[in-house]
Design a protein around this ligand. Structure first.
Ligand SMILES: NC(=O)c1ccc[n+]([C@@H]2O[C@H](COP(=O)([O-])OP(=O)(O)OC[C@H]3O[C@@H](n4cnc5c(N)ncnc54)[C@H](O)[C@@H]3O)[C@@H](O)[C@H]2O)c1
Length: 273
């Protein structure tokens, strides 16, 4: 059901790789809620061309390649998006994550530092670069909303999440710091949404992901939140109904983050008397 919550709003969505991507669902829901969208992803991620199917499904949204670690690419993206929209932008979704150390199974205690830099650059500093370019170009409307996706490993240890945990901590810190400056200067809000484990290309790269997703399901009173529900929450954050929410890390996890243990997990440890 569409309430046209984003009617008249224009947004850039980073990170739709295939139809499992959280960003893909966000693009679909935002479009259904009345938004106009520009899609972007790293040039290398577009080789399969799947993003063109998404573009076609949401009113031929332009697809503008940008490596989110390149300030030059981001400048080109914002220039082209403003030109396409004929004006400023109302919302941005940062849905980007990648760790070469995770991909190549390097243990956290033995990281390859060159890759560690890449993890932090792609998964966290890219948000700073995006906000910096947007601010410098005065590309976002007042009360504009920027959302980045994160995971609770920023606050607590999940051993196999590896150096992505450090990247997410940095991402959440950038959200607070830039959120302060952008809010003060232009009333732009910046938040992270901390999502349940979700079956996607990035998600399933984490070792032991299938077992972990079941554990998380059992540890969440409402169960794991799926990608489509995450998209609904992102859209709520882009809408005018959440104008005074900024600099927050918002858990979208079925209650996982506030749960110490659940009965179903305790039952697994039951001993026979
Ligand atoms: N899947 C999960 O379990 C889960 C849970 C919590 C948070 N998240 C976060 O959600 C976000 C989206 O991930 P997803 O699960 O939809 O997986 P995904 O693999 O579909 O999306 C990750 C995206 O990052 C893009 N990307 C990588 N390097 C890039 C670069 N240099 N420039 C621009 N884009 C680049 C990829 O092309 C891809 O589209 C990530 O930030 C991820 O950490 C995922």
């Amino acid at each position: 059901m569409s309430n046209q919550l984003l009617k008249g709003k224009k947004g850039i969505i980073f990170g739709a790789l295939n139809d499992m991507s959280i960003a893909w669902k966000v693009a679909e829901v935002a479009h259904a809620q009345g938004a106009e969208i520009v899609l972007t992803n790293a040039p290398i991620a577009m080789r399969m061309g799947e993003i063109n199917n998404l573009s076609a499904a949401i009113g031929n949204a332009p697809v503008i390649p940008a490596d989110a670690t390149s300030v030059e690419d981001l400048e080109n993206l914002f220039d082209k998006a403003i030109e396409h929209f004929g004006g400023k932008i109302d919302f941005v979704l940062h849905s980007i994550g990648m760790s070469p150390n995770v991909r190549k199974n390097r243990h956290y205690t033995d990281l390859k530092y060159e890759w560690y830099h890449q993890t932090l650059d792609v998964s966290a500093m890219s948000l700073h670069k995006t906000l910096h370019v947007a601010m410098e170009k005065d590309a976002l409307n007042e009360w504009g909303s920027v959302v980045a996706l994160t995971y609770i490993a920023a606050q607590r240890i999940f051993p196999d999440y590896n150096d992505m945990a450090d990247a997410k901590s940095l991402l959440e810190s950038i959200t607070r710091s830039f959120g302060y400056h952008y809010g003060t200067a232009k009333k732009v809000r910046v938040n992270t949404i901390s999502q349940s484990p979700t079956v996607t290309t990035a998600g399933s790269g984490v070792k032991g992901f299938d077992e972990f997703i079941s554990f998380s399901e059992q540890m969440s009173p409402l169960g794991n939140a799926d990608a489509e529900s995450c998209a609904n929450y992102c859209v709520a954050m882009f809408s005018d109904l959440t104008r005074y929410v900024t600099m927050q890390n918002l858990f979208h996890d079925g209650g996982f983050s506030n749960t110490g243990v659940t009965q179903s997990v305790i039952d697994k440890f039951g001993t026979e008397n």
